[in-house]
Each structure stands twice: as structure tokens, then as C-alpha cells.
Write a protein of this length. Structure first.
Length: 353
């Protein structure tokens, strides 16, 4: 997919709006100055504002299973399975930036979508879990998480609930979320319970670790220095991904339980990129610490800010010989207080009836 020149964009805006070329150029310069972007990028934003098409929506229609790192200008449709919170990060120039992620799926697989400023302002609030989105002119990048990673830039367009033939192929979210989670108090939990949801406050951080893992089974892989390859005991030679584990304690006033969280969920709850977690962990190992010591110090020194945070966690309960009950978490979410109030209201109405 090719992006048209600034001059072509100006001409298309002029034809649609009737504005003079000088007026359009003035607006472009203002947008470029305010947003600190190039005039070409500013022209694309202005065209978006006026509903002027600047890209080729006739790009090949692709499915998630066909995505390969390095692809550019792809056209994909998927349903939103998860919407991650917006995170702030520090840019190289010292200013603050924002990044947000989505997890989407189609009938062939799942992919992660990354939104950067100013795309967050344009799209994020209007996207809901369960919505179908169409992304035009996105790039596929290498990901350490084992999933294709689509990056939405100022050259991209994102359409919510599009008119596209692939929408009919995508299963409804109820089919993907095939299990119903039962809300429980921590004090009620018992060994062997599956698909439970608890609401509580993060009261303690035990450890954060990062390791090289098999992209298929997520088990730790070993490096064979003789052949410079990574070996999984189940899948043989593999290209490793970086995996993360977070152990923390959750309290809800009825009880306390240790929770283990994995992968992308660790990244989102801590508010930092996977690469940063991995680098900090490896630095501590190089200082002579064991993995256990490094994991504990990383949690205590770098991520204490998550203490006191109230969240939902979903997963299965297991009994550990030494640690007692543990919740092996499959996902987490922020507490939606409006939804919680509505849930309690319905429960009270049922009791009155």
C-alpha cells in the first residue's frame, strides 16, 4: 500500500472542501507545529478530519494466521477480546508519551494491536470489548510475546464495526469466552475450584521474573552454546520468546491468597514494556543474584506502586504443599465500579423478590 504525497492530499482536500490551497497549507503548518510532526503527517490528519481518503483500502485482505513480522501496509479485521489500560512512558527526549494495547482475534488466530499517541485520542475511547475493528495500513513487527503485533500509526486508519465480508467469519465473543467465571470471596475458595473470579486489593509483591521460553508451550528453554540454538525439551530447537511471571498477594477482607500471573497480563498490570522487565531482571542476575533474589528485589524496588490497587483476577485454585492456596490467574481487569454497583443492585432486587 502506498501513501500519497502531501501535494496530492492538499489537492483532495481542496476539491472536497472548496478551501484555497493557501488556507489548507496554513492549517497543515499549524497542526504540524502543535503536534510536533511532519507536514506530511499533519496533512494526513487534516484529511482525516475532513473525511478525505488518503489510502488504498483495496489492499489484500488478510487473516491473522497469515501475518509475518516485517509486513507493511496490511489490511486486517478482528474482534476485540481484551482492551488494556493506557500506559505512560518516557520518550527519548524526556517528554511523556502514551501507549495502549488491544487483543484481537479472527477465525484463524489472535494478534496484539498497539496504539500510540495521537491514535489513542482518536480511537481508544470508542473501542469496546466485543467490537469488530478494521485496521488499514498497519505494520507487523517482531514480538517477544509469541503473537503477531500490529502497530497503528498516523498513516493507518481504524474503523469500528466495518462493513467487511470477514466480519461474518469471526466467532462471537461468547464462543471465545467459553467458560463462565463464578464470583467468589477469597475466604470461600477451596483447592481444585476452576473458573473463579475474585475482587481484591494487591497487598504484597513476591517476585517478578523473566526468562527465555518456548513459543509453543511457554516452558523455559536452554541455550546450546555449541550450536548457538535454543532447545525446548518438548519441541526441540525453537526461537525463544521472553516470558514473565508475577507473584503477588490479594486481600479482600474475607481472606488472603497468593496469585500467579503470566505474560502480557504482567506487562499491563505493571505498566511497563516486556523488554524493560527483562533487562532489569538480567541486570540483577549479572550482579550475582539468584533468580529468586533478583525476582524479589525487582518487585520490591521497581514496582511497589501497584500495591493497594484493587483489581479482578480470574483463574483456577490449586493447593501448594508449602504456600497453601494459590490462584493460577488466566486474566485480570480493572474494577468497573458502575458495573459493580449495577451487579449489587440486581442481587438486592432478586432477594427482595
Amino acid at each position: 500500500m502506498t501513501v500519497i504525497t502531501k501535494e496530492e492530499i492538499v489537492e483532495r482536500i481542496r476539491q472536497k472542501t472548496g478551501m484555497s490551497k493557501e488556507e489548507i497549507e496554513h492549517k497543515i503548518r499549524e497542526i504540524a507545529k502543535v503536534n510536533e510532526i511532519s507536514e506530511h503527517a499533519a496533512a494526513l490528519l487534516l484529511a482525516e478530519e475532513f473525511g478525505v481518503k488518503t489510502d488504498d483500502e483495496g489492499a489484500p485482505l488478510m487473516h491473522i494466521s497469515e501475518l509475518v513480522p516485517g509486513m507493511k501496509g496490511i489490511n486486517i479485521v478482528g474482534r476485540v477480546l481484551r482492551k488494556y489500560p493506557v500506559r505512560e512512558y518516557k520518550k527519548k527526549d524526556g517528554s511523556q508519551g502514551r501507549v495502549a494495547g488491544l487483543l484481537i482475534y479472527d477465525n484463524t488466530g489472535r494478534a496484539r494491536v498497539v496504539l500510540w499517541d495521537p491514535e489513542i485520542s482518536k480511537y481508544y475511547d470508542d473501542i469496546q470489548v466485543g467490537s469488530v475493528i478494521k485496521i488499514i495500513n498497519a505494520d507487523v513487527r517482531e514480538s517477544l510475546r509469541g503473537l503477531p503485533e500490529l502497530h497503528v500509526s498516523f498513516r493507518s486508519r481504524l474503523i469500528i464495526n466495518p462493513d467487511d465480508p470477514r466480519v461474518e467469519e469471526i466467532p462471537p465473543i461468547e464462543e471465545v469466552r467459553s467458560y463462565n467465571y463464578t464470583r467468589k470471596n477469597i475466604g470461600e475458595l477451596m483447592d481444585g475450584e476452576k473458573f473463579v473470579e475474585i475482587r481484591g486489593t494487591i497487598a504484597k509483591l513476591y517476585r517478578i521474573i523473566a526468562y527465555d521460553a518456548c513459543p509453543q508451550c511457554r516452558r523455559k528453554v536452554d541455550h546450546d552454546s555449541a550450536t548457538d540454538t535454543w532447545i525446548c525439551i518438548e519441541h526441540g530447537e525453537v526461537k525463544p520468546i521472553t516470558a514473565t511471571i508475577l507473584d503477588f498477594g490479594l486481600d479482600d477482607s474475607t481472606g488472603y491468597i497468593r496469585v500467579t500471573l503470566f505474560g502480557d497480563d504482567v506487562v499491563e498490570i505493571l505498566g511497563v514494556e516486556l523488554e524493560e522487565i527483562s533487562e532489569k531482571f538480567k541486570e540483577l542476575i549479572k550482579m550475582g543474584m539468584t533468580a529468586r533474589e533478583a525476582g524479589r528485589k525487582l518487585a520490591e524496588d521497581e514496582f511497589y506502586h501497584v500495591l493497594g490497587r484493587e483489581i479482578f483476577v480470574r483463574g483456577n485454585v490449586v493447593e501448594d504443599r508449602f504456600l497453601g492456596l494459590i490462584l493460577k490467574a488466566s486474566s485480570w481487569d480493572e474494577v468497573d465500579y458502575k458495573r459493580e454497583i449495577e451487579r449489587v443492585r440486581k442481587e438486592l432486587l432478586r432477594e427482595v423478590e
